[in-house]
Design a protein around this ligand. Structure first.
Ligand SMILES: Nc1nc2c(ncn2[C@@H]2O[C@H](COP(=O)(O)OP(=O)(O)O)[C@@H](O)[C@H]2O)c(=O)[nH]1
Ligand SMILES: [Mg+2]
Length: 274
């Protein structure tokens, strides 16, 4: 097992305030984006435990007014950074681009459809400040999704746990707070709606543990989910199958475990995959 501290990054030490980047993907979220950014901004501005902050939204080639609304919001909020694609590339690409554009010590990843209240951070900040770990994940205790979505997520989460020998309550949650230097160097390759599953898996793969914290999950503010169940279920099954195959190839030594670059130094080879 790779022990903490042998690989980049070290567990950050305790700090008085947290410097926080919010990262979010947005695709055709004209109904929600202004309310979401407003809610995040109000929270970040007012919270005494938060120092410097920024909000990075990746517009995933929206065909509605999402981009225009974001550009408008930027005029009154220099801390808002808007990146994006000309054409829709899928949530995975948008999440990876949003994370890559962040600059601060810690990154909170969440959706821009209003399903994850930013006040969920209340449960995270003290533990982040105390230097308890590098990766914190929000476990949705009551998922505000339909039954088949909940079952699908529970099933793929159980397989994810089995493959990685973990016992996470919510393997597929996108609400994560991760140490920026770790998050920004994580190799991510999923294209569609599997990115949160992939992030959970990759962080374990590179030798870090998730600390799970219960969070509230609510209905979308407006608009509708942009993917269809059966197509999403097929893609999730294929992706989890790929994770299993990948785990096997890593164990067989056919694949090399990814080596994260040490902070400011060359990549350090990991000792053993777990
Ligand atoms: N469905 C979908 N969502 C995208 C895409 N690109 C970015 N997103 C964002 O990904 C997040 C999750 O999407 P959503 O449709 O609500 O799926 P959910 O994860 O099942 O709730 C939202 O913030 C979307 O705006 C895309 O191509 N399709
Ligand atoms: Mg959603």
């Amino acid at each position: 097992m790779i022990t903490k501290g042998e690989r980049m990054p070290e567990v950050p030490t305790a700090s008085r305030t947290v410097e926080l980047s919010v990262a979010a993907p947005a695709f055709n979220e004209a109904d929600n984006i202004a309310a979401a950014v407003g809610e995040w901004r109000g929270y970040l501005e007012d919270h005494p435990a938060i120092g410097a902050w920024e909000i990075v939204v990746c517009d995933d080639g929206s065909t509605d007014a999402t981009r225009a609304i974001l550009e408008d919001l930027r005029k009154g909020c220099p801390e808002l950074v808007v990146v994006g694609f000309e054409r829709n590339r899928g949530a995975g690409a948008a999440i990876a681009a949003a994370i890559a554009a962040t600059r601060l010590d810690w990154v909170v990843l969440l959706d821009s459809d209003g399903q994850f209240p930013i006040s969920n951070l209340d449960g995270f900040l003290d533990r982040v400040r105390a230097g308890e770990g590098t990766a914190f994940s929000g476990a949705r205790i009551r998922k505000a999704d339909g039954l088949r979505y909940r079952w699908g997520s529970a099933l793929s989460g159980a397989v994810g746990n089995l493959l990685h020998r973990t016992r996470y309550r919510d393997f597929n949650s996108i609400f994560k707070v991760v140490y920026g230097p770790l998050f920004r160097t994580l190799p991510l390759e999923s294209g569609g709606m599997n990115c949160s599953t992939e992030i959970t898996a990759r962080v374990v793969e590179v030798g870090h543990d998730w600390i799970e914290i219960p969070i509230e999950h609510r209905e979308r503010g407006g608009g509708s989910r942009g993917w269809r169940f059966w197509r999403g279920a097929r893609d999730r099954a294929l992706f989890v199958g790929y994770l299993g195959y990948r785990r096997w190839l890593l164990r067989m030594g056919v694949l090399r475990p990814p080596a994260l670059p040490a902070a400011g130094g060359p990549a350090d080879p990991p000792l053993e995959v777990r």
